[in-house]
Design a protein around this ligand. Structure first.
Ligand SMILES: Cc1ncc(COP(=O)(O)O)c(C=O)c1O
Length: 433
């Protein structure tokens, strides 16, 4: 297939339903989502109403939030009395960590795939409580059984009070066998907080997938495409009643989840318009069909980019537990070896190829993380595949030149990374694991 140089989506293409810039190919849905025009219009109408009459708007807001919450709970197939709305997954994690008591000298267990900001939140909560944080290594190529065995062994090794685990990991795009991990943690006497930031939309029933998790947080503004700032926190029974929102407001005397319906003076139009995004996609595409299309596209995207970068041989090792709509392709050794380098590379790739795509880093290795949503099509990935190899070659040459010519300190650091890479990502994804 010859890639087109312009995105050029014809009339009737799903792209038309989103408000994305048509001059850019959007291959990074996983980071910030994208909102359909129908939901943006609904949100704008709500904002207009809010600005026309702030008094009646804020008087009636908790009731409207409760109604939206019920519609969002239906999408997540969970009772509305178990679901609180939060601004995002980060706020949900902070609400849990700020509400529960970690016993001093106990441990919080993480995996080395945890989202960086969540790790920081856990570390701060542990410091406050006098608890410790332990991190278990999960190889990139691990099967569901291997992940459960590793986490199970780590649970057995210490007095873990809380396991914090991703449903779908961010940098590495893995689906973890969360229900089994919850069972293992409960047998070891630990509670579980599931970071389901990427679960909704990608998984048909993310809460069933999370089993008997004590706390689950997820984003609706990622894969379900709601306006941004729409997250959910799910908990049940007495555990739920321990939870308070990050913002103390007039809902404080109310039970969970109603106490989360009050957020001080805040623009909550995203929450109220969120059901419109879910219902629009159901009406126009059907969520099951949407998921199937996203998975097919992601398969093709991964194959196309792996072929372009000469990494087809790595795909088998990445197959177990791959996320349905987010896929990795290893980058050449030495690129995106840390967070800062990954960010710089992502900016460079975007500027040179016209494609917004994520570059992630994990254990000193760089990856291209491809997302696929309804508005994407195979030509998007073919276009990236045509331009990326030259772009990466330039970046590598630039990195080497900079290290050798200008920065003796950086050169030493690079050499250390180079050493690590010599044993790791070059030929086989599995090698380092
Ligand atoms: C696994 C994971 N957890 C948490 C977050 C935080 O989400 P938010 O920025 O919406 O709070 C993200 C964001 O990408 C994520 O990927």
């Amino acid at each position: 297939m010859t890639p087109s140089t312009e995105p050029g989506h014809g009339a009737g293409h799903p792209f038309e339903d989103w408000a994305l810039d048509p001059a850019v190919r959007h291959l990074n849905h996983g980071s910030y989502g994208a909102v359909p025009r129908a939901a943006l219009a609904a949100q704008q109408a709500l904002r207009t109403e809010m600005d026309a009459g702030p008094d009646p708007w804020f008087r009636g807001l908790p009731e409207r939030v409760a109604h939206a919450r019920t519609r969002l709970a239906r999408y997540l197939r969970t009772p509305p009395e178990d679901l609180a709305l939060v601004a995002n997954a980060s706020a949900g994690v902070s609400a849990v960590l700020g509400s529960i008591t970690l016993p001093p000298d106990s441990e919080v267990l993480l995996t080395d795939h945890a989202y960086g900001a969540v790790v920081w939140a856990v570390e701060r909560a542990a410091r406050r409580a006098g608890a410790r944080v332990r991190t278990v290594h999960v190889p990139l190529s691990a099967t569901a059984e291997e992940i459960t065995a590793r986490v199970g062994a780590a649970l057995a090794a210490g007095p873990v009070s809380l396991l914090v685990v991703d449903q779908i990991t961010s940098a590495t795009a893995r689906v973890f066998p969360v229900a089994d991990l919850v069972e293992a943690a409960h047998s070891a006497g630990a509670r579980v907080l599931v970071d389901g930031a990427h679960g909704p939309g990608m998984l048909a029933d993310p809460l069933a997938h999370a089993g008997a998790a004590d706390y689950w947080v997820g984003n609706l503004h990622k894969w379900p495409c709601t306006p941004r700032g729409t997250g959910a926190l799910v908990a049940r029974g007495p555990l739920a009643q321990e939870l308070y929102p990050v913002v103390d407001s007039w809902g404080a005397p109310e039970p969970f989840p109603q106490r989360f319906d009050h957020q001080g003076t805040a623009d909550l139009t995203a929450w109220l318009a969120a059901p419109e995004a879910l219902e629009f996609i159901e009406r126009r595409y059907g969520w099951d069909a949407a998921r199937a299309r996203m998975t097919r596209l992601a398969d093709e995207a991964q194959r196309t980019l792996a072929a372009a970068l000469g990494r087809t041989g790595d795909l088998a090792a990445l197959a177990a537990c791959a996320a349905p709509a987010m896929r990795l392709v290893p980058l050449p050794a030495g690129l995106a070896a840390d967070q800062e380098a990954a960010h710089a590379l992502q900016c460079r790739v975007s500027a040179r190829t016209g494609c917004d795509v994520a570059c992630t880093t994990w254990r000193g290795r760089g990856f291209l993380r491809l997302s696929a949503h309804l508005y994407n099509d195979p030509a998007d990935y073919a276009h990236l595949a045509e331009l990326l190899p030259a772009c990466l070659a330039e970046c590598r040459a630039g990195t080497e030149t900079t290290a050798h010519a200008h920065a003796p300190g950086a050169q030493a650091a690079d050499a250390a990374h180079g050493d690590a890479h010599a044993h790791a990502p070059g030929a086989h994804v599995d090698a380092q694991d």
